[in-house]
Write a protein that binds this ligand. Structure first.
Ligand SMILES: [Zn+2]
Length: 278
């Protein structure tokens, strides 16, 4: 199903959603996330926001690989492929693979929103760079001017915004609903083929292939996907484990459970609960 568009040719509710995500990305990571539980809940919320954005902009029935270029275009961002390292000096230890520029055109005063990607960078790295820059775009879409580079080898983050952009980028490229569906297929397939036990390495490599991003980023983001999976499982499992000490009762509030169930009811199945969790 194609997303509905309003008279301006824009996507309905997109600007409201963008503002919501901006507030979440800008402020969400500064709360009291010292305990594991709020951190897990933060990842869950980030995954929901990414999912909402994808469903709003690309439609409900999209699948791997997420078309980040189309996503950007429909959010009003141009993608431009250029040589971003033309002027870097010989022996430069790093290379720029993505760059976002927001600013008013000097002559027309029209707002220019462009993500540049490096033409020499591998396709999968460019996709990651676009998703990363899109997270910055959301956080700065109403700034008058904004500029940021993403490098092939990101140095250690000096700014919390870099961490947040990476978290959000992973959920844009590996939406949790696609992750569950693919994981279930993968496990069933390996069982049928008798190729068990499965290894994390082969599964991560496979996930990188179908999501079309470098292995490194999948490995980086895998832990946050696991946190979200745990949160979803807690919402659906009926408390009480083998030892009868109440399972999820102390972990999640009823409100949280309801919210998670509501968001995941269209794709989370009993079979996933049985096969994908230990
Ligand atoms: Zn960045």
């Amino acid at each position: 199903m194609m997303p509905t568009t309003d008279l301006d040719g824009g996507i309905e509710n997109l600007s409201v959603l963008m503002q919501e995500i901006k507030d979440f990305l800008k402020n969400g990571f500064q709360g009291e996330i010292q305990k594991p539980q709020p951190l897990i809940k933060y990842y869950w919320e980030a995954s929901c926001k990414a999912d909402q954005l994808i469903r709003t902009v690309l439609g409900e029935n999209d699948s791997f690989p997420v078309d980040v270029e189309l996503l950007a275009n429909r959010m009003g961002v141009r993608i431009d492929i250029e040589d971003l390292n033309e002027f870097s000096f010989l022996g430069s230890m790093n290379r720029i693979i993505g760059q976002i520029q927001i600013g008013n055109n000097f002559f027309t005063d029209e707002k220019n929103k462009t993500i540049f990607v490096d033409k020499t960078a591998p396709f999968s790295s460019r996709r990651y760079a676009i998703a990363h820059e899109l997270a910055h775009f959301i956080m700065h879409h109403d700034d008058r001017d904004y500029y940021e580079d993403y490098c092939i080898m990101p140095m250690c983050p000096a700014d919390i915004e870099e961490i947040v952009a990476d978290i959000f980028a992973i959920f844009l490229l590996i939406p949790v609903r696609y992750f569950f569906a693919e994981f279930l297929e993968y496990v069933k397939c390996k069982k049928e083929e008798g190729k068990v036990p499965v290894t994390t390495e082969s599964w991560i490599r496979y996930l990188a292939e179908i999501s079309m991003i470098p292995d490194y980023y999948v490995a980086y983001g895998y832990q946050q996907l696991r946190y979200v999976a745990y949160w979803i499982y807690q919402a659906w499992s009926d408390g009480g484990n083998l030892w009868g000490n109440g399972g999820n009762q102390n972990v999640m509030s009823d409100n949280d459970k309801e919210q998670v169930k509501n968001e995941t009811k269209n794709y989370y199945t009993e079979e996933m609960g049985e096969l994908l969790f230990d």
